[in-house]
Design a protein around this ligand. Structure first.
Ligand SMILES: Cc1cc2nc3c(=O)[nH]c(=O)nc-3n(C[C@H](O)[C@H](O)[C@H](O)COP(=O)(O)OP(=O)(O)OC[C@H]3O[C@@H](n4cnc5c(N)ncnc54)[C@H](O)[C@@H]3O)c2cc1C
Length: 478
């Protein structure tokens, strides 16, 4: 019996099952952000109910396969291959706001924009990734970093409950901070190290009224300065002048090349993006330096733009394009230096200039936020699985290329960037940490979790995924 007959006849008719055409492009059946680590899965199954998910888990077990739930498809580190049932969660899109309880329940197949578009017209927000196409659950199980880390802590700090079908169970489980014993341990691990333990059908997060932020005209205050390459030093000086950022300020430095529509397509640029989640008057005080002639005279673009809440992520849309090879190089720093930032820019410029069409979309993002709330939310003994609460500088470097032959060069570039930005921390003996949501194949998991956490993840996986149907970077790896 072929795989196609087998799986289609054994799963409920309410499940849509597709067997990939191995002659077609790998993205045809599994549209994902990156081609890295991606080959044709055994089958793509789209369940329409929890009962369907339970049937698919049973099929996976009987046939000794692995099951990868997929949501936004941005996890370029997740192995998908001929032994994988690719579980398309796109039927789980419910977003239910409970204003009385100040919470929102988000379906296991929602991407950021779907939640944003439901909450904003009602005047509410919650912790959401800063990219519209990223899956909310995919981000949550790695901590969920968001624009208001400085005010509320991480997404895992505002979670009220999780509904999951663990791989070792035949029914859904509702768990939360008040769960006990093994269920509490499962809940804790799902908060930051939650890969491959089961299928999460929903997460309930705290919700907040937008009006609490006292925004001017109900809009987010944003300011953008774009500098040409020779002004990297001024751009870096301005960016670092906001350290440590005010709790309501997010400042991000981005290295990117001008789009085809620009006057000088492909020109290297440095963008400083400032977002303040409060009244415009306060924003202008906090970011006063960005109005100084010393900096504005060096920028080719210098503008203050209030933006509607639901458009908060529109600026990062080009980074969501599917296809090509992209891998994450990430780190959290306590400190870094102006010199390191300038040299990082030089490395990015050199890497991209070798073949503008083939790798010119590669980018580097250096973001910063206040760590006060993140540290406070961790408490005396942090039970959750996020190690970098006291690190206010985050780096995401993404080499993005069309030809797999570039990989060695791309890896050298990514590692060089991370090594340069970590120089200051390493000189002071500060431990290397990176972001689990931004890992890549083969990374040392000692950069994501402590030894004690690794032991707990293994123990919890042994209980809730006894037969190793799921994939977790610590346990299954690559
Ligand atoms: C441009 C860009 C911006 C980003 N911004 C942010 C950000 O602001 N904050 C942040 O925290 N991260 C951010 N990320 C990283 C992102 O959170 C991770 O890549 C995450 O893994 C993506 O989740 P996904 O659902 O899109 O991907 P997928 O590959 O579909 O899923 C990622 C992982 O989550 C698992 N998973 C997905 N859905 C479920 C489910 N229902 N039940 C159980 N497991 C599930 C998958 O099996 C996989 O292991 C960003 C990435 C990019 C490229």
């Amino acid at each position: 019996m072929t795989a196609e007959n087998d799986i289609r006849s054994l799963l409920p008719s309410s499940c849509i099952v597709t067997i990939p055409d191995v002659e077609a492009h790998v993205q045809a059946a599994t549209p994902r952000w990156s081609d890295s680590g991606l080959s044709h899965p055994y089958a793509v199954a789209t369940p329409s109910s929890e009962a369907d998910i339970i049937a698919i888990i049973a099929y996976t077990r009987t046939n000794k396969l692995k099951i990868i739930p997929a949501n936004g498809g941005h996890g370029s580190y997740v192995p998908v291959n001929g032994g994988t049932i690719y579980l398309d969660m796109s039927s789980f899109k419910d977003v239910v706001l409970n204003e009385t309880e100040e919470e929102v329940t988000i379906g296991g197949g929602c991407v950021t924009s779907e939640v944003l578009n439901q909450l904003t017209p009602k005047g509410w927000y919650t912790a959401l990734p800063n990219s519209n196409a990223v899956g909310v659950i995919g981000a949550f199980i790695g901590g969920l970093s968001h624009s208001l880390n400085g005010k509320h802590g991480l997404g895992i700090d505002v979670v009220k409950s999780i509904r999951i079908i663990p791989f070792s169970s035949t029914e859904p489980l509702d768990i939360g901070p008040n769960s006990q014993g093994q269920e509490k341990e499962l809940f804790n691990v799902l908060c930051g190290a939650g890969h491959g333990l089961g299928i999460i059908t929903s997460v309930t997060l705290q919700a907040f009224p937008i009006s609490n932020l006292s925004l001017t005209d109900n809009k987010i205050w944003t300011r953008r300065l774009i500098f040409p390459a020779p002004q990297i030093s001024a751009a870096a000086r301005l960016y670092t002048s906001f350290w440590p950022p005010h709790p309501k300020l997010v400042s991000v430095l981005i290295f990117l090349r001008a789009p085809p529509s620009a006057p000088r397509p492909g020109a290297p640029m440095i963008m400083l993006a400032l977002s303040y989640f409060g009244p415009a008057e306060a924003a202008e005080k906090v970011t006063a330096k960005s109005f100084d002639e010393e900096f504005t005279s060096k920028a080719i673009v210098n503008m203050t733009v209030p933006i509607e809440w639901e458009k908060a992520n529109d600026g990062s849309a080009p980074l969501n394009a599917h296809g090509g090879f992209k891998e994450y190089f990430s780190c959290y720093c306590k400190e870094t230096s102006l010199g390191s930032i300038e040299r990082t820019f030089g490395a990015w410029e050199k890497f991209t200039s070798k073949d503008l069409l083939g790798r010119g979309t590669s980018y580097v993002v250096i973001g910063s936020w206040s760590t006060e709330q993140m540290v406070a939310k961790g408490g005396q003994k942090d039970e959750k699985f996020f190690v970098a609460r006291d690190r206010g500088i985050f780096v995401q470097c993404v080499p993005w290329y069309k030809d797999i032959g570039v990989k060695a060069d791309a890896d050298a570039f990514g590692n060089e960037v991370i090594d340069m930005l970590r120089e200051q921390d390493r000189a002071r003996g500060t431990k290397d940490w990176c972001f689990v949501n931004n890992i890549r194949e083969g990374i040392d998991v000692g950069e994501i979790y402590t030894d004690e956490q690794i032991e707990s993840i293994r123990a919890v996986k042994g209980i809730w995924d006894e037969e190793a149907l799921g994939w977790n970077p610590v346990v299954e790896g690559w």
